[in-house]
Design a protein around this ligand. Structure first.
Ligand SMILES: N[C@@H](CCC(=O)N[C@@H](CS)C(=O)NCC(=O)O)C(=O)O
Length: 282
């Protein structure tokens, strides 16, 4: 349901999540004042663990699910067939833990604005917990056989390639992006933020995907002023790199990561307890 008179939206989430990206792209496009926090509020932690994105419109309650959040800020919903086809383009993302250092490094670079240096410092120290959580979750999904690589990573993009050629539209939403564009482009940001080379190279150069690359270029132009664009380094037209944390914030992040490693049994117990909360849809 569309929410009227939106003054400010608080978003909890990590910039490597496609669904968080979709929400942030929507807020940017609608020019809605918003802030992003990498650590959930206590109420959202208790009700839905570390599930992201969560958004709070004005002073309302925390709401989950990117599509629902996008609907609240004025986008139309996505039909079931499209949803499944969007989700398929996520294949390959579980490879991001192949190199644990790259995974933690990617998270350490995330930039979160907050006027207070104390809050920024504390969130840099606590953020590694979220990284441990996702590292464990993804490793668990791999361990339980959820990662099955296709013969070609191009296949997952073909329905969208065909749609662009058949309609001749600039965007999946027609003359302007809709929620489908935002979720698909959110997944592109996800693939580019901690890249898995075979997958990224497929999107960049597979001869079966010319329209999809053109669409990525158009989206990059459309979202030129967006602060969290990771694809701009990998696709034309080149756009500025997503904002990065300061050196000091990174030092605090790695200090936090080391501290939690020294407390590994406690870190793992907390990660598992949070992973057992409901609302997961893998
Ligand atoms: N359908 C949801 C998917 C959200 C989702 O899967 N979020 C992942 C991050 S990409 C998450 O928070 N997982 C944590 C968990 O499952 O506990 C949406 O569109 O928001």
């Amino acid at each position: 349901m569309i929410q009227e008179n939106i003054e400010h939206v608080s978003v909890y989430g990590v910039l490597h999540s496609p669904w968080v990206q979709a929400v942030l792209l929507g807020l940017h496009e609608k020019d809605i004042s918003h802030s992003v926090q990498p650590i959930p509020s206590l109420s959202s932690l208790v009700s839905s663990g570390l599930m992201m994105p969560a958004a709070k419109i004005n002073k309302g309650s925390w709401q989950l699910d990117s599509e629902e959040i996008l609907k609240s800020i004025g986008y139309k919903g996505i039909d079931k067939v499209d949803k499944r086809a969007i989700f398929r383009t996520w294949d390959g993302v579980l490879h991001r833990v192949d190199n644990p250092f790259e995974f933690f490094h990617g998270f350490s670079l995330n930039k979160y604005d907050h006027p207070s240096i104390l809050v920024r410092g504390l969130s840099s120290f606590l953020r590694p917990f979220i990284t441990y959580y996702f590292f464990t979750l993804i490793s668990f999904l791999i361990f339980t056989g959820k990662r099955r690589d296709p013969d070609s990573f191009a296949d997952q993009f073909l329905p969208w390639e065909r749609r662009l050629s058949q309609t001749g539209s600039l965007y999946f939403g027609g003359s302007s992006p809709n929620a489908v564009d935002l979720q698909l482009f959110g997944i592109v940001q996800c693939h580019c933020s901690i890249p898995y080379a075979p997958l990224l190279e497929t999107i960049q150069s597979d001869p079966a995907l010319p329209q999809y690359r053109e669409w990525i270029g158009r989206m990059q132009e459309h979202f030129a002023g967006y602060k969290h664009l990771y694809s701009g380094q990998h696709f034309r037209p080149e756009t500025p790199v997503a904002q990065r944390s300061s050196f000091l914030e990174r030092v605090v992040y790695w200090f936090g990561a080391l501290f939690m490693l020294l407390l590994l049994p406690i870190t793992l117990l907390s990660v598992c307890a949070l992973a057992l909360l409901p609302n997961r849809n893998y």
